[in-house]
Design a protein around this ligand. Structure first.
Ligand SMILES: [Zn+2]
Ligand SMILES: [Zn+2]
Length: 342
């Protein structure tokens, strides 16, 4: 089979590999679509997690069951499925404590498992979900991004009637904004730097900070009286943290969804006097079923966030679009099986 392998930093190459065979608890998936994630771009550029190379990249994918491990129940050949890249070990302290998303020994597509930029990949059957016919398989590649966005909203304690500021306008921010609107929040504000991306924010109020002489005062102008209930920082920029702490109401919550580079100087005085909470959000806590329901939600129109669908043969162009065209591209998807991805 054909696959895209990161051979060394900066070198993503098309390779030929034997088609994998499922273990007893696995499904073999014939890839229909696999979407490029910011983390793929980071891995290609600098491999920040020190992944052992070479590795077949990719983790956001969906496809059709091609073979079923002998102890798997509930799936059959030709089922259309979404898959989740995170495979908790189910044995470690975190897994046994019900925090499988923080497993210290997890398998993950494209890190220590074969990734999804390939004609076929393996998934443990508990990390796959059958899809409604109405969900196309390119949109279904967003299952895990939707999962982690739901986690961020849960960490923000987003609920009907509450308000939320999201700082950052990448695809994850847009998924959060759309999902939050669907949860009945009274106000969702999304602040970013690209008009094109901000235009895809669903019902959220949007602010472009790019040319603002004083971004904080622009953000303040959209703040509810007393401040925001929660702020989610989806960009790895310390300003987002500083603005968030400034704009939260007393007892508000700041969610760190992005990795902040290096040591971060933060004004903790505000945390002290406003009794703020600062929490992280990274992987998701069992939100796969919810995410699969949202993929089929006609109101959220998550399919709109996939702006480009390219045949896998055009992978160089696809990665370049995802890396460089923030003015025109959100999620860029490689189509591996035209028939199935329709
Ligand atoms: Zn991803
Ligand atoms: Zn574990």
């Amino acid at each position: 089979m054909k696959a895209l392998s990161l051979q060394s930093i900066g070198h993503l190459e098309l390779v030929d590999l034997p088609k994998p065979r499922p273990a007893a608890d696995q499904l073999l998936i014939r890839t229909a679509a696999a979407t490029i994630c910011t983390s793929d771009l980071n891995d290609i550029r600098e491999n920040p997690f020190g992944i052992q190379l070479p590795v077949v990249m990719g983790h956001e994918a969906a496809g059709v069951v091609a073979d079923v491990g002998k102890s798997v129940q509930g799936f059959k050949v030709d089922d259309r499925v979404a898959t989740h890249p995170v495979h908790p070990c189910q044995k470690c302290e975190q897994c046994r404590a019900g925090r499988a998303h923080l497993c210290t020994n997890m398998g993950h597509f494209g890190l220590n498992m074969q990734g999804t930029f390939a004609e076929y990949y393996l998934v443990r059957a508990d990390r796959a979900r059958r899809l409604a016919d109405s969900v196309d398989l390119a949109t279904a590649t967003l299952a895990e991004p939707v999962c982690v966005c739901l986690q961020a909203l849960a960490q923000a304690k987003a609920a009907a009637g509450s308000n939320l500021l999201i700082i950052g306008d990448g695809p994850f921010s847009l998924i959060m904004a759309r999902s939050a609107a669907g949860m009945g929040l009274s106000q969702v504000v999304l602040a970013g730097r690209h008009d094109f991306r901000l235009s895809r924010a669903g019902g959220a109020t949007t602010l472009n900070l790019r040319n603002a002489p004083d971004p904080l005062s622009l953000l303040s102008s959209s703040s509810p009286a007393g401040g925001f209930d929660a702020v989610i920082a989806t960009v790895g920029a310390i300003e987002a943290v500083q603005w968030g702490l400034e704009l939260l109401r007393p007892k508000g919550r700041l969610v760190l969804f992005a990795a902040m580079p290096g040591q971060s100087p933060v004004d903790l005085f505000r945390v002290h006097v406003k009794e703020l909470e600062i929490v992280g959000a990274c992987n998701d806590e069992d939100r796969f079923d919810h995410a699969v329901r949202l993929l089929a939600d006609e109101q959220l129109k998550l399919h709109e966030l996939i702006t480009h669908r390219l045949p896998w043969q055009q992978y160089e162009q696809a990665f370049s679009l995802a890396a460089n065209r923030h003015d025109a591209a959100l999620k860029v998807t490689l189509i591996w099986d035209n028939e199935a991805a329709r």
